[in-house]
Write a protein that binds this ligand. Structure first.
Ligand code: NAP
Length: 252
């Protein structure tokens, strides 16, 4: 399929972590592009506002609740979305959590929970949605993080999960390329959302000073990259990780 044959208009997109932050911005951006959007968070209620915002631009949007780390529950949810939307053409694995702690203080639960949600959660959706994606020669965008590339003190669990997302992306891209499915990752830097709201004062200033472009990013700047990968421009791109971080990963 060439770039000219693919349009997001009318496509069925599933976005996890769509209740707020980056996921909400992605869901609304895909709706603006004409996609019908299945918005997923821990509880369907949490996505009500996102669904209302999507419905201002598209005729189809609905909210779903699931714990992305539960393989069986995700399989059921994907079946439900597929039957209600008739397809799954675009999958955005965005749901994620942090449980930061220095290695010496990090518990087994801190490690397991973050890997289960961030890495296994993405695998759960890829596995459950692979067949519908292959049917339409669809698009997958996995949200990694710049720390999955650079590492970060205090985030061994999170950085490992996000590096895992990059390996998952590259491997599944190779497996599904023959079926016309493009699988890519976007690795955000420091983006202003609930996840980063606890970083304030001197720590926030120091972090900001380390970003070559001199400011934190916005959720809509991550949605821009996802929209490009999901749209006609992404037709000949697979297995890649696009870093959107204001230059943070360039180092000092
Ligand atoms: P956020 O504002 O904290 O939102 C997290 C989203 O994930 C919410 O929709 C939440 O749903 C959902 N979620 C969390 N655990 C879940 C679970 N077990 N099952 C289903 N849904 C779950 O986060 P964000 O900052 O927008 O981050 C979005 C993604 O970008 C994450 O993967 C994050 O790691 C990545 N990222 C963020 C930054 C940043 O600076 N913000 C940087 C790099 C990468 P509920 O509302 O129902 O809890």
């Amino acid at each position: 399929m060439s770039a000219g044959d693919w349009s997001v208009e009318g496509k069925a997109a599933l976005v996890t972590g769509a209740s707020r932050g980056i996921g909400r911005a992605i869901a609304v951006r895909l709706a603006e592009m004409g996609a019908r959007v299945a918005c997923v968070a821990t509880r369907a209620d949490n996505c009500s506002d996102t669904v209302s915002a999507c419905l201002e631009h598209t005729e189809g949007a609905a909210a779903y609740g699931v714990d992305v780390s539960s393989t069986d529950a995700v399989a059921e949810l994907v079946k439900e979305v597929q039957s209600e939307f008739g397809a799954i053409d675009i999958l955005v694995n965005n749901a994620g959590i942090t449980q930061d702690q220095l290695l010496l203080r990090m518990t087994e639960d801190d490690f397991d929970r973050v890997v289960d949600v961030n890495l296994k959660g993405s695998w759960n959706f890829l596995k459950a949605a692979a067949r519908p994606l292959m049917k339409s020669g669809g698009r997958v965008i996995n949200i990694s993080s710049v720390v999955g590339v650079t590492g970060n003190a205090g985030q061994a669990n999170y950085a490992a999960s996000k590096a895992g997302v990059i390996g998952l992306t590259r491997s599944v891209a190779k497996e599904l390329a023959g079926r016309g499915v493009c699988v890519n990752a976007v690795a955000p830097g420091f983006i202003e959302t609930d996840m980063t709201s606890e970083i304030s004062g001197a720590a926030a200033e120091q972090l900001q000073a380390s970003i070559p472009l001199g400011r934190v990013g916005s959720a809509s700047e991550i949605a821009d990259a996802v929209a490009w990968l999901a749209g006609p421009g992404g037709a000949y791109v697979t297995g890649q990780t696009i870093i959107v971080d204001g230059g943070l990963s360039l180092g000092g």
